[in-house]
Design a protein around this ligand. Structure first.
Ligand SMILES: Nc1ncnc2c1ncn2[C@@H]1O[C@H](COP(=O)(O)OP(=O)(O)O)[C@@H](O)[C@H]1O
Ligand SMILES: [Mg+2]
Length: 262
């Protein structure tokens, strides 16, 4: 469904994403992890079109979308959330979501956008606050609004950038359930998250970015046992904790120098 081929992005000559090859199949839910500054948010920007590529190519459903502006990619079914939530602060929650619907769906009438917005607000648990101004929302509700705005596009591919950051454990459980339901409804999902328990539980496959480069990719338990991932991101103790949480029966393989993961 989505394919990045040799994708790079430089900021002032410094690489944020370097020669990245990465693909997502229709119907997958894939996690992306990596330390701060690894290039995760940049990658989302490159896929959604908010950032132009420096080099490489991005294909979506066989189409080269590398040079398409964000709204054209949205028409094709690609929606994203922003790590730093960016609502139109003076507008109501409902209006914010309507804008999402209108942005992503060519020719949608205002009444239909309103209907779509209300349906999505119901789904994310914000219906009672539809009339609130966006800047009156709590952190958790702002995250819900981000998700609602993206969902209003009726995406085929949903890119989630740390939608669980700052949530309480209960709110996080609700978010996980919601993401599962979205995925179960047929949406392909790419999820960036630092909360290991959440991402390991959600993802069928995980890709690890470090300094703009993919250092590992595979099923959660394999990535957790990857020595490079442990060194670059997880740390020994944390990796073991997560492994026992996953109930991995396999022992942690120590440095095997498996190159096929890189
Ligand atoms: N708009 C920008 N201008 C300049 N540098 C940027 C910009 N966005 C990101 N960067 C840099 O690119 C690198 C990757 O950042 P980012 O994609 O935000 O990482 P992550 O989301 O994995 O924490 C960092 O070094 C960051 O400082
Ligand atoms: Mg980020």
């Amino acid at each position: 469904m989505l394919e990045l081929r040799g994708v790079s992005k430089f900021f002032d000559g410094l690489p944020a994403v370097k020669q990245l090859d990465f693909a997502v199949r229709h119907g997958e839910i894939v996690g992306i992890i990596g330390p701060n500054g690894a290039g995760k948010t940049t990658m989302i920007g490159l896929i959604s079109g908010s950032l132009p590529l420096s080099s490489g190519q991005i294909r979506y459903r066989g189409l080269d979308i590398s040079r398409l502006p964000p709204h054209r990619r949205a028409y094709l079914g690609i929606a994203r959330t922003f790590q730093v939530t960016q609502p139109f602060k003076g507008l109501s929650v409902r209006e914010n979501v309507m804008i999402g619907a209108l942005f992503g769906r060519r020719g949608l009438k205002q009444a239909a956008a309103r209907e779509a917005a209300d349906a999505v607000l119901e789904r994310v648990g914000l219906a009672a606050k539809a009339h609130f101004r966006a800047d009156q929302l709590t952190v958790a509700d702002r995250k819900r609004l981000e998700l609602a705005r993206a969902l209003a596009l009726e995406p085929e591919l949903l890119l989630l950038d740390e939608v669980m950051a700052g949530l309480t454990p209960t709110e996080m459980e609700q978010a996980i359930a919601l993401i599962r339901a979205i995925h179960a409804s047929g949406v392909t999902v790419l999820v960036i998250e630092h909360v290991m328990q959440a991402i390991m539980g959600l993802s069928q496959r995980i890709m690890v970015l470090h300094q703009g480069t993919k250092i590992a990719e595979g099923p959660p338990e394999q990535v957790l046992a990857d020595q490079r991932v442990i060194e670059a991101y997880l740390g020994e103790r944390y990796a073991r904790e997560q492994q026992s949480r996953l109930g991995a029966a396999r022992p942690v393989p120590q440095k095997e120098g498996k190159e096929e993961q890189g």
